[in-house]
Ligand binder design. Structure first.
Ligand code: AMP
Length: 371
């Protein structure tokens, strides 16, 4: 860890580079602008939600080394709004400019095998899992007593993509075809995890920020409801016991500290029916389940990110309203007029021109101020 004396605050007017141009980058860029910083968005799409609200846009592919170098040299600090930026891309920009969170954090969070191994090594419970590199190992798992599980590709899966639930003898017998569906061919090299299906009471998450001085601040533990593997609704706070809420927060802070992260980390967890907390996934960036913080807290996940990466003190979060965050996915955007009529509804649209099924077009946070 850096000595306190080595940590300098980024002066006003500095430029923040953001890898990725989606809605998380857009809301981070708005937070940066409030703090007197401007942003350069690295994103291959000519139109992107983040570039639309930023001063500069580097429109290039993630393997364009010349563009990466020029981008890195044009900014004072770099962060990522997506976690699946290739490791070589991250290393390339980090050679020229500080990248927060750092390459190691991304390497852990991009790979389900590395992530679960890391979590278990530091004593954090996950569901039971196996590292799998061939379909034969799935059949072996059956021989060793596994009767159900979820096979997830180790890399690049999100919103339920790259996953297959095996819960019958036929599925295990069909392991080769399932492997081919996930990896292209029955004999493709691949890395996956096979994990036990959790009978959960609910799904929850914590967004935590950590700065270079080691200050850690967690937002309230929230409950998440998914539809078709995509987050649909977040309830803040989660209606669980105080003990579970605090335990979730403690787990989140421990992970952020062990990762030595400078930035924001989201931790997705299951609360099992027996009250155990199992960590499912980490995201080293702001998270959809933290959007409610913009309208219901004294600070929000994007401001905390900007503070953390710019060497500024974090705010201790305080929720001043209960909140329900509803994602506007695809055609849900047509409900905008209804939300405009509701005094406690805070609408956030991402400026995406084309409406597509499953595409996150915006969100609305309905707040219930605490009395
Ligand atoms: P993931 O891609 O790991 O975030 O999984 C997407 C969603 O699938 C989760 O939010 C859960 O609703 C469900 N899911 C994933 N893993 C498990 C599991 N081991 N047991 C039960 N449900 C799961």
């Amino acid at each position: 860890m850096l000595e306190t004396s080595e940590i300098s605050e980024l002066p006003r007017g500095s430029v923040i580079g953001i890898m990725g141009g989606g809605q998380l980058g857009r809301m981070a860029a708005i937070a940066a602008s409030r703090m007197g910083y401007s942003c350069n968005i690295f994103c291959p799409d000519p139109e992107s939600p983040a570039a639309e609200v930023s001063k500069w846009h580097t429109c290039a592919s993630f393997d364009d080394v010349a563009a990466l170098e020029a981008f890195a040299k044009s900014v004072d600090v770099i962060t990522c709004e997506i976690e699946h930026v290739p490791s070589d891309t991250l290393k390339c920009v980090a050679e020229f400019t500080p990248l927060h969170p750092g390459v190691r954090v991304f390497e852990i969070c991009q790979d389900r095998v590395a992530e679960k191994s890391f979590l278990n090594q530091i004593g954090i419970a996950t569901t039971n899992w196996l590292a799998i590199t061939s379909p034969d190992q799935i059949q072996e798992a059956y021989e060793n007593g596994w009767r159900a599980g979820i096979l997830k590709t180790a890399f690049a899966g999100y919103d339920g993509k790259g996953q297959f639930r095996l819960d019958s003898k036929e599925h295990f017998e069909d392991a080769k075809n399932i492997w081919a569906q996930l990896f292209g061919a029955t004999d493709s090299a691949g890395s996956a995890v096979f994990e036990e299906i959790v009978e959960f009471e609910l799904e929850m998450s914590v967004v935590v920020a950590r700065n270079a001085k080691g200050q850690i601040e967690a937002f309230d533990t929230v409950e998440n409801i998914h539809k078709n593997h995509i987050l649909a609704i977040t309830h803040a706070p989660a209606t669980i016991s105080d003990a579970s809420r605090e335990a979730a927060s403690t787990i989140a802070s421990k992970i952020a500290d062990e990762l030595n992260i400078q930035g924001v980390l989201a931790i997705e967890m299951f609360l099992t029916r027996s009250g155990e907390i199992l960590v499912n996934e980490l995201a080293p960036r702001p998270h959809n389940s933290g959007h409610w913080t913009i309208d219901a807290c004294n600070t929000d996940q994007f401001q905390q990110l900007i503070r953390a990466i710019c060497g500024l003190p974090l705010t201790t979060p305080k929720r001043w309203a209960d909140a329900e965050m509803i994602n506007l996915i695809g055609d849900d955007i047509e409900q905008t007029p209804d939300y405009l009529e509701m005094p406690n509804a805070h609408l956030h649209l991402y400026g995406k021109r084309e409406v597509r099924e499953g595409r996150k077009m915006g969100h609305v946070t309905i707040v219930k101020p605490l009395t």
